[in-house]
Design a protein. Structure first.
Length: 546
């Protein structure tokens, strides 16, 4: 027995080491990949609390439809147009579902001659622009998808490094919702270059400021170049540990060319941010062969008339810091290009604790891996999301992923509960089913178009429900609504029909629910305190005075 275990252990070690060596050859650190899947990364940068993303139309949770959950990579313009028609004919558009979101695989593997993304040349032959016009002519809005990497999850061209071009393309097409995934992401290096001087060309004047004139802080330090005594360079600017400030006096407000003069070291990529006034400029220094020891890297920056303080630093310690900077870069590109009209959905599956930063960079952020129409998994995502209520509010929402109502083998009660929980949690309501089949799927249509449930979800206070009481069978949720109104959801987690006595015990005193005019949303029947309610397996009741 032990012999076999030992053999399996040795085989596993061999497989792991070979895989590690193979990955290393590809320039990827195998241990980092494993670490990334086991541990969530945490942001070390200081994101000021209350500074929310200033773009998007998400004062209430966004509502719409996305192609991914049902159609995956099999989408084309006919399907999208039929879906848009179905949204209108079923009354779902009037109920609030406005976005028609094309998820992965809408685009060609070929950027056009100007480096712009374009629709799949066969499946979206008329072009995304034309499709977008058709969708918008029906009173709907179009959403698109890309990844914060060099490819999407389905290995098509993505937007990392192309943020401004792609944001401008989306705006030209009238896109109003944008989902940004995390596949093929490349972490920003934490290392910073060694700076020996900066040169600023302003008009015809060139000002050279050597390293020893900079003001250093944190761990940043000045080292003498041993080969050239009297010449210095600044080190230890990486990993958020230090910064160097170069003062520059300008005669006018202007755009300057800044050259960063560096001393080359190490065969790895480096990164530095230049901050002047409230603007940030990024510089990537490639891996070097070190043929020569000096390097010159250039960017353009704006200076103001008078004294400017150019701060050089690299704030990236963790993958979360890197993700934050990259999501922010895209968010700002979208905001500027669209004048704040594009709703921005961040999708990094909760890997980098987005609760700590995503409200600053976008309107909604995924908190988990992909949803599937499986009750255990949906219940698990719900439990994860319940803990994050304090981070949600108008303009910035936790996203427990798109709806699976009507998909797979979920029972009627599971579909109803899934929808109710998402409404109670003020979650975005992005449908994921085939809307063209809705006339046959009466139950699904009834669930997703329940006006009261939608009103609870869309309540302007934007309160994500709290779980105020739980036992092995039931979860009790409370959602505060505008004008002192409220909604309570009692969810039967068990696999059997159960009966519960309805009362307000356990509701926190600050909510002070009013016991008059109560009714249950799904049955539309009046309810009184102390009524006995029977709830089917995995079912729920929603009681409100709305
Ligand atoms: C996943 C994402 C899904 C879907 C898919 C497309 O990363 O979580 O919602 O967008 O990529 O490839």
């Amino acid at each position: 027995m032990y012999k076999y275990l030992l053999l399996i252990f040795i085989i596993l070690i061999i497989v792991f080491v070979s895989w590690g060596l193979f990955k290393r050859k590809q320039g990827v650190c195998p241990f980092c990949i494993i670490k990334q899947f086991i541990f969530r990364s945490k942001i070390t940068m200081n994101i000021p609390k209350g500074e929310f993303y200033q773009g998007g139309d998400a004062k209430t949770p966004p509502m719409g439809w996305s192609s991914w959950n049902t159609f995956r990579n099999h989408i084309d313009e006919k399907l999208i147009e039929e879906t848009a028609d179905a949204l209108v004919s079923t009354g779902l558009a009037d109920a609030g579902y406005k976005y028609v979101n094309l998820d992965d695989c809408w685009h060609s593997s070929l950027r056009d001659e100007n480096g712009r993304l374009q629709g799949d040349l066969v499946r979206f032959a008329s072009g995304i622009d034309t499709l977008s016009s058709k969708i918008r002519s029906k009173g709907l809005k179009i959403g698109l998808y890309s990844s914060n990497g060099d490819f999407t999850c389905e290995d098509l061209p993505a937007s990392l490094g192309n943020e401004k071009t792609d944001a401008a393309t989306f705006v030209d097409w009238g896109v109003e919702y944008f989902k940004y995934d995390f596949c093929h992401n490349i972490k920003i290096p934490s290392a910073a270059p060694l700076i020996s001087a900066i040169e600023i060309k302003n008009g015809d004047n060139v000002t050279v400021i050597p390293a020893d004139k900079a003001k250093l802080s944190g761990l940043a330090k000045l080292d003498e170049n041993k080969k050239f005594p009297g010449k210095y360079y600044i080190s230890l600017l990486g990993h958020g540990k230090g910064s160097a400030v170069f003062e520059y006096e300008s005669d006018s407000d202007s755009e300057c060319d800044v050259t960063l003069c560096i001393r080359k070291t190490g065969r790895f990529e480096k990164y530095i941010v230049i901050q002047n006034n409230s603007e940030y400029y990024e510089l990537f220094i490639p891996c070097t062969k070190i043929w020569t020891v000096d390097g010159r890297y250039q960017t353009k920056i704006n200076v103001k008339k008078g004294k400017n303080e150019l701060r050089f630093f690299n704030p990236v310690c963790t993958r979360a810091d890197s993700a934050y900077i990259q999501y922010k870069r895209m968010g700002e590109a979208l905001r500027k290009a669209s004048d704040g009209k594009i709703t921005y959905s961040i999708c990094e599956w909760g890997r980098n604790k987005p609760k700590d930063w995503a409200w600053n960079t976008g309107n909604l952020w995924r908190i988990s891996g992909d949803i599937i129409p499986n009750w255990r998994w949906i219940n698990h995502i719900y439990n994860m999301n319940l803990k994050l209520g304090e981070f949600a509010g108008p303009g910035h929402w936790n996203d427990p992923d798109m709806l699976e109502v009507g998909n797979g083998k979920l029972t009627y009660d599971e579909n109803k509960t899934h929808f109710s929980l998402w409404c109670m949690m003020a979650s975005p309501l992005i449908l994921g089913n085939d809307l063209r089949k809705l006339p046959d799927e009466k139950n699904t249509l009834e669930i997703i178009s329940n006006k009261k449930m939608i009103a609870i979800n869309q309540d302007k206070l934007g309160h994500q429900c709290i779980r105020y009481k739980k036992n092995l069978t039931f979860d009790y949720l409370f959602k505060k609504l505008e004008n002192g109104k409220f909604a309570i959801c009692i969810y039967n987690k068990s696999a059997k029909k159960k009966t519960v006595d309805f009362d307000f015990s356990g509701v926190p005193a600050e909510f002070k629910p009013d016991a008059t005019n109560l009714y249950e949303v799904w049955s539309n029947k009046a309810i009184r305190v102390n009524d006995k309610i029977t709830i089917d397996a995995h079912g729920c009741v929603v009681i409100t005075d709305l």
